[in-house]
Design a protein around this ligand. Sequence first.
Ligand SMILES: CC(C)(COP(=O)(O)OP(=O)(O)OC[C@H]1O[C@@H](n2cnc3c(N)ncnc32)[C@H](O)[C@@H]1OP(=O)(O)O)[C@@H](O)C(=O)NCCC(=O)NCCS
Length: 169
Amino acid sequence: MALIRAGQPADTCRVREVNLLAFGQPDEGDLVERLRERCRELLELVAVRDGKVVGHILFSPATVSCQERTVKGAALGPMAVLQAYQGQGIGTALVRRGVAMLREQGCPFVVVLGYPEFYGRLGFGPASRFGVDCDWDVPDAAFMMLILADEAMRGMSGRAQYRPEFSQV
Ligand SMILES: CC(C)(COP(=O)(O)OP(=O)(O)OC[C@H]1O[C@@H](n2cnc3c(N)ncnc32)[C@H](O)[C@@H]1OP(=O)(O)O)[C@@H](O)C(=O)NCCC(=O)NCCS
């Protein structure tokens, strides 16, 4: 198994490389760097195996707003694991650790745009089930939500807003 730890400034180049190789394009690595420059409230974790960073996950602030109020939670992504290390539970471990840390901090929800099979196993369900949608035209099953604090989220529905940097991808 991999060691999961907080991302550090010394990981910057390697995290860019992991995202580039896993996604086959620079966009996600660029997004990570833009967010780091402009947002102080990120949760970043890396997976280390054989002394190297082989996986990375980022959580950034997100909100869900309805007429009465706005609730602040987290958006998961991007997340990447190097191909040679995929299918070994590293992505799962990154999500589980990040979600556990957010839960401890009192974060009420996590949203993610991704593979339903993967996130469904980790407790995420279609956000539409909670009356929550997003700015992007994506299949219903791909935009998912995990509720961490039922009380804070009671009666909440509306649009999830990511950081503006996501709209530049
Ligand atoms: C998605 C990703 C982070 C998963 O990391 P991982 O370490 O392989 O994940 P785990 O080993 O914990 O779990 C593997 C599961 O991931 C899911 N998965 C991985 N890639 C998938 C894909 N393209 N489509 C659907 N499910 C996928 C499968 O459910 C797989 O289950 P299986 O092993 O039974 O086939 C990794 O495959 C990756 O970096 N992919 C390229 C980048 C990417 O697409 N990131 C976006 C994530 S939303």
